[in-house]
Design a protein around this ligand. Structure first.
Ligand SMILES: Cc1ncc(COP(=O)(O)O)c(C=O)c1O
Length: 379
C-alpha cells in the first residue's frame, strides 16, 4: 500500500503526460516556454485570481513576496509553529524575525487568540515592527481568513497565504490560493497538485505586486532581462514541469471529489475510535493529509506497519523547538497545542486512488488496536 499513490495517477493520464513531455523536449523551449504562461493562466482561472507567477518551488514562493514587500531586518512576521520549516525559514532568510504562534487544536491552523497576543507583545516590546502574517492552510484546510483579515486590516499587516498543501481546498466559495494579499504554493510531487520535480507559484489580484514578484524571481529584472533594478534570485518553473502540471490540473477537481469521498469514509469508520479532522462549515479540504489523533499513537503506527500500512508523523517537532529557531520570539502564553500534537498525531494514507479494500484494512487495524488497548486499560 502507498501513502500517496502517484503511480496510479500516472497510469490514468500516462498517454497525455508522455505526449506533453515529448512536445517540450522536441520543441526545445526548456526555460519559460509557452507551457509556463499557459499553465499560469489556467491556474489563475481555476483559483479565481488575476495573476499567477510560477517559480522554482514553494519555498521561493514564500520568500519572493517578502522581498517584493521590502520585509527585512527589524521586521516581525507571525507564523504558526506547527508547520513545515519553510514557512518560518523564509522569514529568517529575508533577515526579518519569525514570531511563532500556536495553532488551533481542531483545525491545526493559526490560533487567532495566540496571534493577537503575539502581535500585542511585539508592539509592547517595540524592538520589531510587525509587518506580515503567514497563515498556513495545513493539510489542505484553509486557515480562518475572516479573522486573520480583520486583524491584518486593523494592524496594517500583509497576509501571505501559505497554500503549499491546499490547492483544491475551498472556504466559503473561495479557493485556497485566493486568500491574503498574495498566496504561495508548492508543486512538490506529493502535494495535491504536484509535478515531477520541484515547482511553485504565487497568486495575487494586485497587478503591480505580480510584476514585482516576476522581477524578483528573475534577477530583479527591469525593462529587459539585462536591466537589474532589484537584487533578486533565479526562480523559474521548468517548461517540462508546466506541461505536466497542465495535465494534472485538468483532473484536479475530479480527484478532489475522490479525496472528499475517502475522507468522509475515514470519518465514518473511525468515529469514536480516534480523533478525526473537523471541517469548519463552508470548507472543502484539499486533503493533502488525513491526520488522526490518539494517545496510543506510537503503538498504532507500529501495528499499521506490521500490516504493510504506511503512516507518517507530521510534524515530529514544532518549529519553535527546532534548534535553528529556538532564539526567535514566541507568543507570550506559550504554544501548548503545537507542543502536544507531535506525540498524538498520525497521518494515514490519503490519495484519490485509495481502494475501499485498503481503506477497510486501515480502519479495521486501527479499530482493533485502539479497542484492544482500551480494553487492557479498563482491566
Ligand atoms: C506548509 C508548507 N510550506 C512551504 C513548503 C515548501 O515547498 P517546497 O518544498 O516546494 O519548497 C511546503 C512543502 O513542503 C509546505 O508543506
Amino acid at each position: 500500500m502507498q501513502f500517496i499513490d502517484l503511480g496510479a495517477q500516472r497510469a490514468r493520464i500516462e498517454g497525455r503526460l508522455n505526449a506533453a513531455i515529448d512536445k517540450v523536449v522536441r520543441e526545445g523551449r526548456y526555460i519559460l516556454g509557452p507551457e509556463v504562461a499557459a499553465f499560469e493562466k489556467q491556474l489563475a482561472d481555476y483559483v479565481g485570481v488575476r495573476n499567477v507567477v510560477a517559480c522554482a518551488n514553494g519555498t521561493d514562493a514564500l520568500l519572493l513576496p517578502l522581498y517584493a514587500a521590502g520585509i527585512g531586518r527589524g521586521d516581525a512576521v507571525f507564523v504558526p509553529s506547527f508547520t513545515f520549516a519553510a514557512t518560518a525559514e523564509v522569514v529568517a532568510l529575508a533577515k526579518a524575525e519569525p514570531v511563532f504562534v500556536d495553532v488551533d487544536p481542531d483545525t491545526y491552523n493559526i490560533d487567532i487568540d495566540s496571534l493577537e497576543a503575539a502581535i500585542a507583545m511585539v508592539k509592547a516590546e517595540g524592538r520589531l515592527t510587525p509587518r506580515a502574517i503567514i497563515p498556513v492552510d495545513l493539510f489542505g484546510l484553509a486557515a480562518d481568513y475572516d479573522a486573520v483579515a480583520a486583524i491584518a486590516r486593523r494592524e496594517g499587516l500583509m497576509v501571505i497565504e501559505d497554500a503549499a498543501q491546499a490547492i483544491g481546498g475551498v472556504r466559503d466559495g473561495v479557493k485556497c490560493g485566493a486568500f491574503g494579499d498574495v498566496a504561495s504554493t508548492s508543486f512538490y510531487p506529493a502535494k495535491p497538485l504536484g509535478c515531477y520535480g520541484d515547482g511553485g507559484a504565487m497568486f495575487t489580484n494586485d497587478d503591480a505586486l505580480a510584476e514585482r514578484l516576476r522581477s524578483f524571481a528573475f534577477h530583479g529584472k527591469g525593462e529587459t532581462q539585462y536591466d537589474n533594478v532589484h537584487v533578486g534570485i533565479n526562480s523559474r518553473l521548468d517548461t517540462i514541469q508546466a506541461a505536466i502540471l497542465i495535465e494534472k490540473l485538468a483532473i484536479l477537481e475530479d480527484e478532489m471529489v475522490d479525496r472528499d469521498r475517502i475522507a468522509t469514509r475515514y470519518a465514518e469508520r473511525l468515529a469514536g475510535i480516534v480523533k478525526t479532522p473537523k471541517l469548519p462549515g463552508g470548507n472543502r479540504s484539499a486533503w493533502a493529509q488525513y491526520a488522526i489523533e490518539t494517545p496510543v499513537r506510537d503503538g498504532l503506527k507500529a501495528q499499521l506497519q506490521t500490516k504493510g500500512i504506511p503512516s507518517v508523523i507530521y510534524y515530529v517537532k514544532p518549529l519553535h523547538l527546532q534548534v535553528a529557531y529556538t532564539s526567535y520570539p514566541r507568543a507570550p502564553e506559550g504554544l501548548p497545542v503545537s507542543e502536544a500534537l507531535p506525540s498524538r498525531i498520525l497521518c494515514l494514507p490519503m490519495h484519490p486512488y485509495l481502494s475501499e479494500a485498503d481503506q477497510d484494512l486501515i480502519c479495521d487495524t486501527i479499530g482493533d488496536y485502539v479497542g484492544h488497548n482500551a480494553a487492557m486499560a479498563a482491566e
